[in-house]
Design a protein around this ligand. Sequence first.
Ligand SMILES: [Zn+2]
Length: 300
Amino acid sequence: MIPIYFKNGAVNRLYHLLLNVKPRQRSKVEYLKNIRAINKWCLKNISVRGKKYSFPDVIKADYDEIVEIANVYNSRRTKIPKKYKKFIIETLYKQRFPRQEFVEELQITVCPYCNRNFVNSTYKRTMCDLDHFYDKETYPILAVSFHNLVPVCHACNHAKASKSISYSPHNMKFNTDDLLSFDFFIDGMDFLSDNQQIGIEIDCGREFATNVRELKLREVYQIHSDIVQECIKKAIMFNPKYMTDLFNTYNGLFESEEELYRIVFGNYMEESFYGKRPLSKLTKDVLSKLLIEIYGFNME
Ligand SMILES: [Zn+2]
């Protein structure tokens, strides 16, 4: 639900890390032979609107090209020979893929599939899973393509497995707010003391519907009804007038009113920062609705 972006020049840097590492002398000949053979296979079999794709082109392809390559591969009867499939998955992906640098180049801190769990990389170790948006068993030629890989939390990776979902965070066409919005409903009189009486709903269009279903987002978000309960209480305490008073009283303490909202409500309110902290989209949507319903105050 949160778009992800590579830093400038990242794709080329990652490509060199992946392919230009010198293999041990003994396996070098075999290694180069495999790369050449896969390259030849790609040039012969992968063509999108007149452009022939080499193996490096497939690895560096952007998201739109990945979709087209996947369609071409899927429609072809001839699949890549098993020994090359094994080489791409077992050698290139499992042994050589620069996981840590990949996560760092994307500057990700929270799982872009669910916006619930932190994902990050530490020295020599990535604290997340890498999901193949197009799964590597069915689409082995995309197994090391950077725009086909998404750093995700273990829960999302486990839920998705090899299933296909419609929205990839590499897809630049959609912003988070276009894809979905959270809402809540009250299911009992004692919701202020019992958060089990608050339910969370996800409204989304066709583009995000399979993500919600396959990643079980409706189900997993229910445990966050305590966050909604806190938002309700805080929205009552910190009404818009009080917030303006706080901003003026502590003149110069807050960079902006947005920062004051972040500190009071514990999360980022701006769409471009949703990826920085877990549950930011939930907090923002719930709070926006509460402020409109209680005070007629529009945060936008
Ligand atoms: Zn996740």
